[in-house]
Ligand binder design. Sequence first.
Ligand code: UDP
Length: 482
Amino acid sequence: MERDMVASKPHAVLVASPGMGHIIPMVELGKRLLTHHSFHVTIFVVTTDSATTTSQILRQTSNLSSLNIVHVPPIDVSNKLPSNPPLAVRIKLTMLESLPFLRSSVTSNNKFPPPSALIVDIFGLQALPMARDLGMLTYVYFATSAWFSAVTVYFSDTDKKIMETHAESREPLSIPGCTPVRFGDTLEPFLSPGEAMYESYLGSAKQIVAADGILMNTWQDLEPAATKALRENGVLGRFTKGEVYAVGPLVRSAEKKPDGGKKVGVLQWLDEQPAESVIYVSFGSGGTMSANQMMEVALGLELSQQRFVWVVRPPCEDDSSGAFFDVASGVDAAMSYLPEGFVKRTEEMGVVVPMWAPQAEILQHPATGGFVTHCGWNSVLESVRNGVPMVAWPLYAEQKMNAFMVSEELGVAVRVAEEGGGVVGRKQVAEVVRRVMVDEEGVGMRKKVKELKLSGEKALCMFGSSHHSLCEMRKECEVHVQ
Ligand code: UDP
């Protein structure tokens, strides 16, 4: 009987691409499929040269005991790439090179029934033909907003002339059923014809819409217009072969220590601070800033006179190296860029954490009252899930769209304004921090973000929209198994 049950469950294979910002949401989706939707789940984690760091962080940050996680042997693709390739190119090549391992593992699996579905993110599209070959359903998981998903879906079938006009005029991109996207907030190098990445992104967009389904880490009530546009045939749904499912907000929550757990380091320090009195400052899993900018952030935090926790990394002038850092070797380097005497002067009011912090635990902590974030989508969702208002400080990729959404549409963040010379000065840093932590404006944002928190919880509960979406997706997989 039990054997039959095991056999009748659909088996989903998930492939997580390199970078913690890609791995974490895939693992969370895997957990959800396993614990709430009775799937067998296998997650392949693809890493690069910093595989040790990834495994260490994964071990520290996820309760993985019940998940079947397979680490793809690390692949170093550096000798096949030009020097300083764009990050996306490096990730895609790593994914391509991992396909033979993936295929042989999927076909030789004898732990679970043959997999009925493959779920990849935007960097794992090269695995889709393999899945079709093996008779599996194909799903693409956008670990981003419905709004950004809508840009990609729209782009897949849009006349090149429209994109050219958009790039030339710098007018907002009008996407049917959605808020127009400001030119500077779109992925300029990807969406502008003539730019190196244009054709490659177009190819990806076409592969995405041809999948059997699209999953998005968002929820209907957060983005009603974009979700509706993507699902409706008359609007954007006509571009997609399969159904579009909003399944979020899927974010990591703090691990419960079996013994109640004695806290150490930053979490112990947070225990000693008053409720909602600390601003957490972090720019994602790979985000780095220039040495000058680090200096201004430090002095701005000091000027704000607010308690803080700040995750620091050694400076980097572009986005190409950040996603693949090595935690151990970066610690001393990161600290050496702080202003002279900063740690000593601020020891009563803040904690500097080099390289990597337990973000889920920090945002969930009652002492945390604000988050200066680069607006990576996972960070945005983690902030919302914990009812924490934000200072939106986007760096690259789709982060400017996310920043627009949280500040101008949802009203749960203050956005940092660009300043001449590309460095945000200490005065502005202090001002935005105080607007969220001290001013009346912050009180309003806090109230709104707590409402969104409840809305996200509702989406995931038994009768919620996101739970329902994954039930529908499971039905497709069940039918496919039979
Ligand atoms: N993260 C963390 N500690 C850190 C930095 C990041 O746990 O010091 C986690 C964070 O909680 C989030 C992910 O890494 O889940 C970063 O994803 P996000 O989409 O915010 O940004 P990305 O790294 O993709 O730019």
